[in-house]
Design a protein around this ligand. Structure first.
Ligand SMILES: Nc1nc2c(c(=O)[nH]1)N[C@H]1C(S)=C(S)[C@@H](COP(=O)(O)O)O[C@H]1N2
Ligand SMILES: [Mo]
Length: 378
């Protein structure tokens, strides 16, 4: 028995299963790129752990340093596919809403387990999409750590989705054969109209966001993005607690390896300089590519008496917060820069003056600004 308020003849197992296939493709993209993003953080290195390494899935590997736009691509796909999924998820929930009010609510043990797994799937999908959307708005309104919660949420969501697909494959097979002709007289919207409406919603979200993921001139077109300028500032020096006095003439970069030394900014500028066009690509799904100039990290490792170092611990002048330090792998040391200048000028304070890390294909979060110390380990 169902309530008669749900009268649309558009609802059918066929419609639900078609929307399910679209969502399966989108969610597969979101899940794969999401776990790749976790691996790109290199949580096996100290200070990069977003969940304790002993309690993590064994999914980390040596995230590559080329092509330089690799993280911009994977995270762009992750955030944009997630956004596009929202209208299709809403349409699919609409297509099955009468089932929510089914009577009796539970028909037996199997039915109870199925309903519970659907509840877990819907609530975890809602949690992942909601936290993802506010993160893509650079908004952190909750008390918990976004990255940790979104990661644990992803594990629950992935498990619930796999279970749901296994349980529903037979029903989907049956539904494909049941595409009935609809009684056109009763329709206020055709089936084609429903798909057009849902797709239009998805394309609107995509068009309003994709520009910040593509970067360059496209950033201007991202109407839903909070920052549309070509070279945005994520966290200002002021917000990080970095003052002009801290980066004044008394600034010295501490270099530790076998030897411990320190270099002034003038001494850093006197070393051989390298220039490279490299992106900053944030977990929030935006990217910006600029021309960075500075000293290669491999050369600084030699200065610290640790040529070919396998690990680098980077610390910032920033007094507090988890983002004041990060670790890089041997491959990232070999490919990375300690940038002193950008686009031919001194780094602006908000972009990390006197010196910041820039490594190809690295998530933005590890491109530490206002670097105070580099410790190389072999
Ligand atoms: N010291 C420090 N470095 C930092 C951060 C920070 O908060 N503190 N934010 C990181 C993050 S999350 C990103 S995406 C980039 C953004 O670089 P931008 O502010 O130059 O755009 O800087 C990274 N470096
Ligand atoms: Mo970031």
């Amino acid at each position: 028995m169902t309530f008669t308020v749900w009268r649309s003849p558009l609802r059918s197992p066929w419609l639900t299963s078609v929307l399910g296939v679209v969502l399966l493709v989108l969610f597969a993209l979101v899940i794969v790129t999401g776990f790749l993003s976790h691996a790109a953080y290199m949580p096996d290195l100290p200070h990069n752990a977003i969940v304790p390494a002993g309690r993590d899935l064994p999914l980390t590997f040596g995230w590559p340093t080329s092509p330089s736009w690799l993280y911009a691509l994977t995270q762009g796909v992750h955030t944009n596919a997630g956004l596009v999924a929202i209208p299709f998820l809403l349409a699919k929930l609409w297509s099955v809403i009468p089932k929510l009010f089914e009577y009796p609510p539970v028909k037996g043990l199997g039915h109870a387990v199925e309903r519970l797994s659907v509840a877990l799937l819907v609530s975890s999908a809602g949690f992942q999409l909601a936290t993802g959307v506010v993160n893509a708005q650079y908004w952190y309104p909750f008390k918990f750590n976004f990255v940790v919660a979104h990661y644990y949420g992803a594990i629950v969501f992935t498990a619930a989705l796999v279970l749901h697909v296994i349980v529903k494959v037979p029903a989907m097979r049956r539904a494909r054969a049941t595409r009935a002709e609809l009684p056109t007289a009763q329709l206020t919207l055709s089936r084609r109209g429903l798909f057009a409406f849902t797709t239009a919603g998805a394309l609107t979200l995509l068009a309003a966001n994709a520009g910040q993921s593509l970067g360059g001139p496209f950033r201007r077109l991202a109407l839903f993005a909070p920052r549309r300028e070509a070279f945005p500032v994520n966290k200002t020096a002021r917000a990080a607690g970095v003052t002009a006095a801290m980066v004044g003439p008394s600034y010295r970069l501490a270099l530790r390896g076998i030897d411990a030394t320190s270099l002034s900014r003038e001494q850093l500028l006197a070393l051989p300089q390298r220039t490279a066009r490299l992106p900053i690509a944030c977990v929030e799904g935006w990217t910006t590519t600029q021309e960075w100039t500075g000293v290669s990290l491999a050369l600084l490792a030699e200065h610290a008496g640790a040529p070919g170092a396998r690990e680098l611990h980077v610390e910032s002048l920033q007094p507090r917060g988890v983002l004041r330090q990060a670790s890089l792998s041997g491959a990232q040391i070999a490919a990375g820069l300690l940038a002193l200048r950008v686009n031919g000028e001194d780094l602006p304070l908000d972009h990390g003056f006197p010196a910041r890390i820039v490594v190809p294909a690295l998530p933005g979060v590890h491109n530490t600004k206002w670097v105070s110390a580099l410790t190389f380990r072999s």
